[in-house]
Structure formats: C-alpha cells, structure tokens
Design a protein around this ligand. Sequence first.
Ligand code: KG4
Ligand code: ZN
Length: 333
Amino acid sequence: MYILGIETSCDETSAAVLDDELRIISNVVLSQDEIHAPYGGVVPELASRQHIVSIGYVVDESLRRAELSIQDIDVYAVTQGPGLIGSLLVGLSFAKGLAFYFEKPLIPVDHLEAHIHSVFLENKKIPFPCLALLVSGGHTSLFFLEEKFQNQLVGKTRDDAAGEALDKIAKYLDLGYPGGPIIDKMAEKGNSQKFDFALPHMTDQSLDFSFSGLKTAALRKIKEGRITRSHPLFIDFLASFENAVIRALLANTDRATKHFKPRSLILCGGVARNKKLRRDFEDMARKNRLPSFIPSLDLCTDNAAMVAALAVEKIHDLGEMSLSLDLNAYPRL
Ligand code: KG4
Ligand code: ZN
C-alpha cells in the first residue's frame, strides 16, 4: 500500500510517498523562504498563492522520485490544521480532488500531532507515557501522551512561539529570514553567559510558556547597548538570547517531567533543529534518567512525510479509512 501525504499549513509546500511499513519512499519539500525573506516573516496571502503555484509540481515530483504513478497511490493524507487558513485550504482542496477523482480514502491529519509522530517514523519503540515538547515558528506546546493517540495539551505559549521570537530578533538585527537557523549558526562560538536574561515566570504555576518578555528584554538591550553586527559582543548577545529561549523551554519541560513522570521525552518541530537545544534537551533527559527522542533534521521542519506517517498509523491502529468531501480546514487548535 502506498500513501501520498500533502502538507501546506504554513510556508512549505510538501508531498511525500510512504509505504504501509512507514518507509519514506520520497519526501519533497519546497520552501517559500525566498518569497517571505524581504518581509522578515510569513505573509499569509503570498504563502497561499505560492502553494497554488507549487502544489501540482511538488506532488508530481514526489511521485517521480518514488518511481510511481498517481494510479499506484492507495490512500491520500493531508494536513487539516492548525495553520494559515488560506494555505491549508490549498493542500486540502488538492487532496480532496485527487481522492475524489481516483476514488481513494482521504485521511485528515492534525499538524501538531504529525510533528510528534515524526519521531515515531524513526523510532518504533518509544516507551509510554511520554512527554513531547513541540517547538516551531507557530507553536510552542507541551503534550502528555498516555498512549500514542491520547495526547493532552498541558502547556502552550501565551504569546509568541519560540521560533517566532528567534525570527523577530534576527529580523530586528537584519540577519535574514528565517532567523532561527541563522542565530543557531552565529551563536555557536559566542559566550552565552555574557548577557543576563531573566526567565519568564508564570505566577499561576501553569506549564504555559511566554516569549514576549524575553523578546522585549532583548530589544531593550539592543537599543541601550547599540548592538549591531559590528559590536564586539554581538555573537555573545546572540548566544545569550538563544540560551535564554532554550532555558525557558527546558525549565517548563523539566517541571512537567517531574509532575507527569513520563517514561520518555520527545523534542520536535522546526526549532528542534537547533544544535544547542538538541544537546541541552538530551542532557535534561539524562538528568531525569529518561530516554529522549528527537527527529533527524529533515523531519523537524514542516514536511509531508510526517503527515503520511500519522495517516499510516491511524490506518493500522484506529482502522481509519474513508473519504469525506465535507472535511474542512481549521486554523487554530
Ligand atoms: O516547524 P516549522 O518548519 O514551521 C512551523 O510549523 O512553524 O518551524 C519553523 C521555525 C522557524 O521559526 C525557524 O526559525 C525555526 O523553526 N528553526 C530554527 C532552526 N531551524 C529552523 N530555530 C533555531 N535553530 C534552528 N537551527
Ligand atoms: Zn510545523
């Protein structure tokens, strides 16, 4: 059985073919970074228009690389939400059209659940219950999974997502877009203790995150210290800010670990590509004597392989197989 997955929730147009043993036959990701770079962030209207331009080509390319034709596809899977509504609708409408025409099932997939399941693609034996930290440009959330399909949202950001905070500071400093990977690279040799950032603190004991305070503190330091690329402590500043974001992420994850007592920890989402976050997350897991699972780099950022993977698991574990043309996209959780 072959599954074709389609992902268009934000600014990546992606299509992937998997077999029913979760093997990735092809995974094509067409990034729109160049289109959004001049604006320093994703422009929703431009994103949806570009998905319309790219989707046919990307699906064709995923089949070409898999050496299959569209008639070989047995099941379609597509991201239903959350995400940018216009972008989601392009992928959803395209997938509905294919499933309807070829009379095949269409499995709708939740984008956040798919990010978590990107880990199951590479690791078949993850001990449950587990705690998953999902960090991307649009989301920063903690999920507690009693079982594979029982996920409970136990913490989320109350303002910016962690990736968004990194992207915004990079934009302010004119470093380019997306800022997360640029800061990751530039901060490598910096001293992360040089600038002091106070961590956000929730007064109500919740496991929610907040990054707007850190972002405001960073902007204040930039203005007061006249920090630009040519400042002698520029690299140290980036390293300190990156470190503050990571400490905020891990402080909550550590608290949640002590509270929920999971048997394993998962890190996923675009920001999970960050080298220091990967290292520090593994350290934190070791200190809690828990195994940790992080997807390989290509599966962290938005991609259709994770969408198809979740669909395969839904078929196997939940027996889900149908085609409903009433499916609609949902922008938020
Ligand atoms: O998961 P993703 O592709 O899209 C969303 O669902 O948001 O994540 C994109 C985010 C961006 O904010 C980008 O700056 C961040 O992931 N990112 C990184 C790195 N690579 C991507 N952040 C820090 N370090 C990286 N190496
Ligand atoms: Zn994502």
